[in-house]
Ligand binder design. Structure first.
Ligand code: ADP
Ligand code: MG
Length: 536
């Protein structure tokens, strides 16, 4: 394409190029970080999000704020995906990721203004990341004691729920994670194996972990047993019905005998299915869809306890924990498709009957979330997800770091020294990277009502004055003191810190590579701060 052809092709777009594009993108990132900044740390405040329809969501979770907010700016969306990725891979550290990204971008803008090319900045940032990851690993410690596991999980809940609730969520998360130790499955195993069931009964403190799958259901026939042990279970992945005659069908049934024989044939068919299932020794039958009226009595007479109308996720979990294979056609169920359960029971919670089935094959649990309002229950669910995610990953990778801004402050000090070993302009980028890391202790101080500059200076000095254990000294946001994070029990997992640094650096990489932003005119979304850019 020639230059003029290019211009024609771009006729329908607004265009921001070069320096202006970077300024624009950085502003979007800073605006976004501003939206979650005040939620960081144990004294971070909650955000109330009001959706179009008037639904209200109160949360302290950075990624939830961002995913709910309707953000149109492409850079902002890029950062939101960095934070969502952090959520998926580490379950925690989402606010940290956004703050780091925005700070790194802001510092790179300063460097660009000094005449340093973005590719040099990228280089320097990547060198700084590599060095940071090595240094983080070096100062990390292995968590072997149950107390440090408790401290890590409760640090991840700090500021999200009050202390009593935090204790329950922490111990349930650790208990659930320990059941899954040694089981095959990817990072998402904990989401798949632990059902979250919200129940309107009592306060947060009544939330509990149940071993087994809990269903908001009762058995099809109340004369079958509500409790049984060590039995066999089959799952029909469809319905247990016979073909019905459509009564408004156009065939005229003159002979009442014909209708009766049709019914009889159907009942016979159902009876055959029941006989088949009974012959397999099945005690509990799970049917994903409906069960024919005519099948209820034969099933009861065969001693089969039946449950119908199941959620797909419940079927999957039940299959995992009992080894039963969901089969569409009941007549095709074979011996090998039958699963084993250890206990089945029913209980009444807040006037609703619930059934629990415990399997013998794999760990499967239900976390029953109590809370007085739906908003509280959904926030508890989000908080528990974080705690469980951290607990689960911690069982696989148990290296820990000091929280309270200690590791970021240490890294900043380390990188400033390290930068001098680089002869090129990258040195400046590494220093900018170091300065960006200090956003974490600064915001932690800010959110605790402590002056961020004083806090940072005194924390750096405290670390510097203790050559041996300085890197573990951090800011206890609740007391304002610089103390050993190990003693204070403010601990972050290494994997959270590592993902946050890599994710933020990666997001910055992609923003810095952008040199040209084209806004399609038909869907013009040029941001409000366009005027500020023009003044720039
Ligand atoms: P994120 O979404 O990044 O996980 P959080 O709001 O959960 O954000 O805050 C996490 C940060 O808060 C971590 O850096 C952690 O070390 C810090 N933190 C937690 N408890 C304390 C505390 N008592 N004092 C200081 N920092 C704390
Ligand atoms: Mg957190």
């Amino acid at each position: 394409m020639t230059e003029s052809e290019h211009d024609i092709a771009l006729e329908d777009t607004d265009r921001i190029q070069g320096h202006a594009a970077l300024v624009n993108n950085v502003k979007a990132a800073v605006a976004l970080a501003g939206a979650v900044r005040s939620t960081l740390g144990p004294l971070g405040l909650d955000k109330m999000l009001v959706e179009d329809g008037g639904d209200v969501l109160v949360t302290n979770d950075g990624v939830t704020v961002l995913e709910t907010a309707k953000v149109d700016h492409p850079t902002a969306r890029l950062l939101i995906s960095a934070s969502s990725l952090q959520d998926r891979s580490a379950r925690d550290g989402t606010t940290t990721t956004i703050l780091l990204t925005s700070e790194l971008l802001q510092n790179s803008l300063e460097l660009v203004r000094m005449g340093i090319h973005p590719s040099v900045i990228l280089n320097g940032y990547n060198i700084a990341l590599e060095e940071s990851l090595v240094e983080l690993k070096r100062i990390s410690k292995k968590s072997e004691l149950p107390e440090s596991e408790l401290a890590i999980v409760s640090t991840s809940l700090a500021g999200k729920v009050e202390l009593g609730a935090s204790k329950i969520l922490t111990s349930c998360a650790l208990e659930a994670a320990s059941v899954l130790v040694g089981e095959e499955g990817g990072n998402d195993l904990e989401r798949l194996r632990i059902k979250r069931l919200q129940v309107n009964n009592g306060g947060i403190k009544d939330s509990r972990l149940v071993h087994g799958l809990v269903l908001a259901k009762t058995r099809l026939d109340s004369s079958t047993p509500s409790f049984s042990k060590d039995g066999k279970i089959a799952i029909i992945d469809g319905e247990f019905e016979s073909k019905k005659i459509e009564l408004d069908a156009s065939i005229e049934i003159s002979d009442t005998g014909a209708l009766k024989s049709f019914h009889d044939r159907n009942i016979n068919k159902l009876q055959n299915v029941v006989e088949h299932i009974k012959s397999l020794g099945v005690n509990i039958l799970i049917v994903r869809d409906g069960v024919a009226e005519e099948a209820v009595t034969p099933l009861k007479n065969a001693g089969i306890i039946t449950y119908r109308r199941m959620e797909r996720t419940d079927i999957e979990l039940l299959s995992k924990i009992t080894g039963a294979k969901p089969i569409r056609n009941p007549l095709k169920i074979n011996d090998i498709d039958i699963g084993d359960y250890s206990k089945h029971s029913e209980e009444l919670i807040a006037g609703v009957k619930y059934t629990t089935i415990e399997g013998k094959k794999g760990g499967g649990m239900t976390f029953i979330i109590n809370g007085t309002t739906p908003e509280i229950r959904s926030e508890i669910k989000r908080v528990f997800d974080d705690a469980l995610g951290v607990a689960h990953r911690l069982k696989r990778e148990s290296w820990i770091l000091p929280g309270g801004g200690a590791s970021h402050t240490h890294l900043a000090r380390h990188l400033r020294m390290y930068a001098t070993s680089q002869s090129g302009r990258e040195q400046l980028a590494i220093e900018a990277y170091a300065a960006a890391l200090e956003i974490i202790p600064r915001v932690l101080a800010e959110n605790s009502g402590i002056d961020p500059i004083d806090a940072l200076l005194s924390l750096s000095a405290a670390q510097n004055n203790d050559p041996e254990n300085g890197s573990w000294i951090g800011l206890d946001a609740k007391t304002g003191q610089n103390i050993s994070m190990e003693i204070a029990g403010i601990l972050d997992p290494l994997f959270v810190a590592r993902h946050a640094l890599s994710g933020a650096t990666e997001a910055v990489n992609s923003v810095l590579r952008i040199d040209d932003v084209l806004w399609a005119k038909q869907d013009a979304q040029t941001p409000d701060w366009q005027n500020e850019i023009d003044e720039d």
